[in-house]
Write a protein that binds this ligand. Structure first.
Ligand SMILES: CC(C)(COP(=O)(O)OP(=O)(O)OC[C@H]1O[C@@H](n2cnc3c(N)ncnc32)[C@H](O)[C@@H]1OP(=O)(O)O)[C@@H](O)C(=O)NCCC(=O)NCCS
Length: 100
């Protein structure tokens, strides 16, 4: 998490990742709950946490809704893989498979 500019009332939550072999056991939800509790101790002035995730990411969506987060805005992005991107994506997938 990171704080925005100003009085600390707004905070930004970035990526949440659970190793592939440990997903579906409540760790993602527990991680975010612990993070929010920690933030409450570090920054009691914070009143709002902004986060974002892909619309098709049902797991993250479920966690955010369980934590009471509500959709504030929707963005749209397009990408067209080119050769270097495809090679990079394959290497990342191989890395995740070997480490996850
Ligand atoms: C998103 C992510 C962090 C969730 O972590 P997790 O530990 O698997 O999540 P939880 O076990 O806490 O599950 C929370 C909810 O997600 C859904 N969910 C989790 N695993 C699921 C599965 N295998 N199938 C269907 N739904 C699932 C459920 O709704 C679950 O709630 P429930 O326990 O009431 O059924 C994990 O899937 C991940 O690391 N994904 C890759 C990285 C990513 O996409 N991060 C999000 C963008 S920042």
């Amino acid at each position: 998490m990171s704080g925005g500019q100003g009085d600390g009332e707004v905070c930004y939550q970035g990526d949440t990742i659970v190793l592939a072999g440990h997903r579906g056991r409540g760790l993602g939800l527990g991680l975010k709950q612990a993070n929010i509790a920690h933030l409450g101790r570090l920054s009691p002035r914070t009143r709002r946490i902004h986060t974002w995730n892909a619309g098709e990411n049902d797991h993250m969506w479920a966690i955010n809704e369980a934590l009471g987060q509500r959709t504030a805005s929707i963005g749209e992005g397009w990408h067209k893989p080119c050769e270097p991107q495809r090679l990079l994506a394959e290497r990342c997938a191989a890395w995740w498979t070997s480490t996850g």
